[in-house]
Design a protein around this ligand. Structure first.
Ligand SMILES: Nc1ncnc2c1ncn2[C@@H]1O[C@H](COP(=O)(O)OP(=O)(O)OP(=O)(O)O)[C@@H](O)[C@H]1O
Ligand SMILES: [Mg+2]
Length: 543
């Protein structure tokens, strides 16, 4: 049987190839102590859904996440839901979460209404059972482009992620943050909770593996035709499947392939791919199209920012001496389109003001990395030395698992490198990467500009409760970083001031069984300040 007939999401592990670094990156986020959200971006058919579904599989997840039983994963395909409303969204997601709950958990989670409150209650109940929820939302642009989903929806999703152990792994064809400039979404700050990751071309080794393994297992090895297949498809997973499919079908009915037969197979490939190529070209902006055309004509290209974007999109690949389009047939297609006059790129584009390299990390990623002093120290240390975990434990005076968690996150962001040393026994040595050095440099510059006061005298904080179990306690949560910034400790006296100038003095305490310090506000204080949950207040140091 031809193993290359799949044109939609790969759901069986046997047919899934490559994507190791993407998988590692996603698990480093959702597997962190407080699961973090990820946005997977890729052009049409680069394998977003397949990747999401692969990660969703428990069999895979348990390799990357230690305490997998603490997690509930839910996978929702939004593709066919173009006109749904918020209620239907909650219905879908809640049903999926419920379907994934182990029986003994489901017994204790009441059926929820398909409303904001209903969803909140479900998350709260699962949170109280110490469950971490990861919701996979495939083709999230369907929601973004749907007018039924307004600002409240995005703020709500964000609030669930900040109140509970809830994270989202979403996929879309465009970078949601930059592409869909919807004011209400931007205002909700929803995007700030995501790190984004592109899925583009395969690496060459994985392409060859795809070509060789599946075909050999079925008795018609394609290895000797790999040059031909790669010429048609490049390292694009979808086109590789289309090309392998055509060659496999041919071999299954004929003895070998002659020159003339290659032509026939190529035509078959083109028939299936031309429409998709058209779509790819259509989605590019003018400057990107100019680069694509220049490459098809064998010219050298400039515009580093666009080149980076096209590489992310899987349209071109880096070669030893420059860039080329992802496949020769795609080049041919571009040249043909140009000769038909359907690509207008003759107009000279204005030259770019000095091209700036892409920032090493997004602002959100940046603050994630440097929200911990320990990570900053590790990076600084590794900038000067290679180190083993033990060296870092000694340096920081924290536990080995804590150091390992920091290292995993830094590895996930490619800021450090790990080198296994196999003798005399297995050890790992860590060092800083090129990107790590860049990020550290930016941080040093920013640090000088942005934080003139290490220890500010006041800060704005938000009043809880975020959780029902806090009700009656009325807590102004102070995060570790706020605490650090202001130099507050348990037992410190602080002044709380409402926006309209009322103030009280109280004591910062660590609540038993809870992480982080909080300032307790009893009901009377709340009355005095005339504040309620979610209000912002000012926290001042007593002199
Ligand atoms: N990791 C992979 N291993 C093997 N084949 C893959 C892989 N990823 C993608 N493919 C091939 O590409 C096809 C499209 O994959 P998939 O549907 O996951 O892409 P997509 O990016 O979600 O597409 P769309 O933009 O249409 O939603 C698959 O049917 C398969 O043939
Ligand atoms: Mg898809």
């Amino acid at each position: 049987m031809n193993p290359y007939t799949n044109r939609a999401m790969i759901t069986h592990r046997k047919f899934f190839f490559n994507r190791k670094s993407e998988i590692r990156k996603v698990f480093s986020r959702i597997g962190s102590e407080i699961p973090q959200s990820v946005s997977i971006v890729g052009m049409k058919k680069t394998g977003k859904s397949s990747l999401l579904f692969h990660i969703f599989s428990r069999e895979i997840a348990q390799k990357y996440i230690k305490n997998i039983n603490d997690y509930i994963f839910a996978f929702v395909d939004l593709q066919e839901r173009k006109s749904m409303n918020v209620e239907q969204f909650f219905d879908l997601v809640q049903r999926e979460i419920r379907a994934q709950m182990p029986g003994e958990i489901a017994k204790h989670v009441p059926e929820a209404e398909n409303t904001y409150d209903g969803f909140h209650q479900m998350m709260e109940t699962l949170d109280s059972m110490k469950k971490k929820i990861v919701i996979f939302l495939d083709e999230f642009e369907v929601v973004v482009m749907n007018e039924n989903f307004g600002p409240q929806f995005y703020s709500f999703l964000r609030s669930q992620a900040s109140s509970f152990n809830v994270a989202y792994v979403i996929s879309s064809r465009e970078e949601l943050f930059t592409f869909y400039k919807r004011k209400e979404i931007e205002e909700s700050n929803f995007w700030n909770i995501f790190t984004s990751s592109w899925v583009g071309l395969f690496d060459r080794e994985s392409s060859l593996e795809l070509i060789r393994t599946l075909s050999s297992e079925e008795g018609y090895p394609l290895g000797e035709y790999s040059d031909f297949i790669l010429r048609l498809a490049g390292d694009h997973p979808f086109y590789l499947q289309v090309a392998c499919c055509a060659v496999f079908d041919f071999l299954a009915c004929h003895e070998g392939i002659s020159e003339k037969d290659f032509e026939q197979i190529e035509n078959e490939f083109k028939t299936e791919s031309w429409n998709h190529f058209n779509y790819l070209l259509d989605r590019l902006i003018e400057r990107e199209r100019k680069i694509v055309y220049d490459l098809a004509m064998g010219k050298k290209v400039e515009y580093p920012n666009e080149i980076q974007i096209l590489e992310n999109k899987g349209i071109l690949r880096k070669e030893k001496d420059g860039y080329s389009l992802f496949s020769e047939t795609f080049s041919e297609f571009v040249r043909e389109e140009k000769s038909k006059g359907s690509i207008v790129v003759d107009k000279e584009l204005p030259s770019l003001s000095p091209p700036s390299p892409p920032p090493p990390l997004s602002p959100h990623e940046f603050s994630q990395v440097f929200s911990s002093k320990s990570r900053e120290k590790i990076l600084r240390y590794l900038a000067e030395n290679e180190a083993k975990v033990k060296d870092l434990v000694d340096l920081l005076g924290i536990t080995r698992p804590a150091v390992e968690t920091h290292l995993r996150m830094l590895l996930g962001f490619d800021l450090i490198k790990m080198r296994p040393i196999l003798s005399p026994r297995i050890r790992r040595e860590y060092s800083i990467s090129k990107k790590g050095r860049q990020v550290l440099e930016v941080f040093e510059k920013m640090g000088k500009k942005m934080e003139p006061h290490e220890d500010p005298d006041f800060l704005e904080v938000r009043v809880g409760p975020a959780l029902t179990r806090d009700e009656g306690k009325h807590i102004a949560r102070i995060s570790k970083s706020t605490k650090g910034k202001m130099g507050i400790e348990s037992g410190s006296l602080v002044i709380l001031e409402s926006k309209d100038g009322k103030s009280v003095q109280c004591e910062a305490k660590t609540l038993r069984g809870e992480k982080g310090d909080k300032v307790l506000l009893d009901g009377e204080t709340m009355l005095l300040l005339d504040i309620r949950s979610n209000d912002t207040i000012i926290l001042k140091k007593t002199s």
